[in-house]
Design a protein around this ligand. Structure first.
Ligand SMILES: *Cc1c(COP(=O)(O)O)cnc(C)c1O
Length: 448
């Protein structure tokens, strides 16, 4: 049985519990799907990525048939379009978002002995990139309402070795850029934005990724602008972008980086170039990005409204100057006490059983073995004092209790592609959560 809004209003009139609970409409007292009841929804969700053979394939086929597959005009075309889209002077594409971060940090002069302040509620790549440069990541705790790094916590972590801040616009919700840029300015810190979930997101009518020295984007398959793998750096700084370009192409001369004839590479570089066919896929996806982003926004706003007032559920908060969030993920917080002590784990299972895919999101990054491994590497041992590489000490100094709570107890995510559904799809999500809430007793003894 699928509950429409009208069904609920009807039921509400009969049982009258919805108004009492502060819901817009009531949920009939029915068995949760997890314990054998009928799921709220059995229909499938929108597939990702989107692909329309008719409109998306001609350009890709043209590239394939041309035999020009290595970096050339199509990559340049994508870079020009992405620079223009973000309102940046320049763009260099690279193989992925992780390498966009590594290139940006190294070309900004970050390396061994430097401390980089990084969001603790993020994907492993943000931290992995810092470790690749030889710098020391310093984890900054989060604001639980926005899921973003908390500027008040940034200040506490600054010392004379701090060189940069790596804010992440996590979930596609912009970070508090006014505060972050003010702190960076006061303390003479470089800002490299991890906008790998932030395509088209805006803070103060400016695209995320354009506040700091550099903004880094990811075009991995699951991302809102997918091309399988891919990444980009945007910046207005010509000298920095010439370096990033040269770095991504073996360190060969580029722009202001000129070398004597026959001298070859002018700086230490690597090779992380995008291919022509990836760029062709990117161009086709870029065409639908704005419209899809608008649909996600509309559905997210609607769903947020539907979830408000459900005891035990907190919806996300955006900073006052955010004028566009892009919802790579739709987050909300689950509070066990609002569900008579139900665990998040069983709540997630119950929601999935109702036909609503969801996850608990990230796990904490500040205490995991990859850090210990980096600290025991030859490079780190030569760049740092032994006490700086004491893993136990590092873990103790990098506690982030708010992030821990988000990761271990509270956060629930819905994927961006679900937000490409209809308003009725959003109702299904809200109704499933309300159904679980109203029938939580049934789930308290669930074992499985
Ligand atoms: C996806 C992602 C990255 C890394 O991008 P890849 O293209 O997968 O290398 C970095 N940071 C965040 C926050 C991401 O979501």
């Amino acid at each position: 049985m699928k509950y429409t809004r009208r069904d609920f209003v009807k039921t509400n009139a009969i049982v009258g519990t919805g108004a009492m609970m502060g819901f817009n409409f009531a949920v009939p007292n029915v068995k949760p799907a997890l314990t054998g009841g009928k799921p709220v929804r059995t229909a499938s969700w929108p597939k990702w990525p989107k692909w329309n053979p008719e409109t998306d394939e001609p350009r890709v086929l043209e590239v394939l048939r041309s035999g020009v597959w290595s970096r050339s005009e199509v990559v340049k075309e994508f870079e020009n379009k992405w620079a223009k889209t973000t309102g940046s002077k320049r763009c260099v594409t690279v193989v992925n978002g992780t390498n966009a971060l590594i290139a940006s940090l190294t070309q900004a002069g970050i390396g061994g002995g430097d401390e980089v302040l990084v969001s603790s509620y993020t994907f492993i790549a943000s931290v992995a990139a810092i470790l690749q440069t030889g710098a020391m990541p310093v984890f900054v705790d989060s604001d639980p309402e926005t899921f973003q790094l908390d500027p008040k916590e940034i200040k506490k972590k600054i010392n004379n070795r701090t060189r940069a801040i790596l804010p992440v616009h996590i979930l596609g919700l912009p970070a508090d850029m006014d505060s972050i840029m003010a702190i960076a300015k006061q303390n003479n810190l470089i800002v490299v934005e991890d906008a790998c979930q932030g395509w088209l997101a805006e803070y103060d009518h400016k695209k995320v990724g354009t506040f700091g020295l550099a903004g880094c984007f990811s075009f991995q398959n699951s991302k809102n602008l997918p091309m399988g793998e891919g990444g980009a750096i945007v910046s207005d700084n010509d000298e920095f972008m010439d370096k990033c370009f040269s770095y991504h192409n073996y360190g060969y001369p580029y722009g202001s980086l000129v070398g004597a004839v026959n001298q070859g590479a002018v700086m230490a570089g690597t090779k992380i170039r995008l291919t022509e066919y990836q760029a062709a896929i990117g161009l086709s996806q870029l065409k639908r990005l704005d419209e899809e982003t608008r649909l996600r926004e509309t559905n997210a706003n609607y769903l947020k409204e539907q979830l408000q007032g459900i005891p035990g559920i907190s919806t996300y908060v955006l900073y006052p100057k955010v004028n566009r969030a892009v919802f790579h993920l739709f987050p909300f917080r689950f509070h066990s006490e609002g569900f008579k002590g139900l665990s998040r784990d069983v709540f997630i299972k119950a929601l999935r059983a109702e036909g609503i895919p969801c996850s608990s999101g990230y796990t904490p990054l500040n205490d995991k073995l990859y850090l210990k491994d980096a600290f025991s590497s030859k490079n780190y041992k030569r760049m740092y004092q032994p006490e700086e590489l004491d893993f136990e000490k590092f873990v103790a100094e990098n506690q982030c209790p708010i992030t821990d709570k988000l990761c271990n107890e509270e956060a629930i995510w819905l994927s961006q592609s679900m937000l490409l559904g209809s308003q009725t799809d959003m109702d299904d999500i809200a109704n499933a959560i309300k159904k679980i809430h109203e029938n939580v007793e049934e789930l308290l003894n669930y074992k499985g």
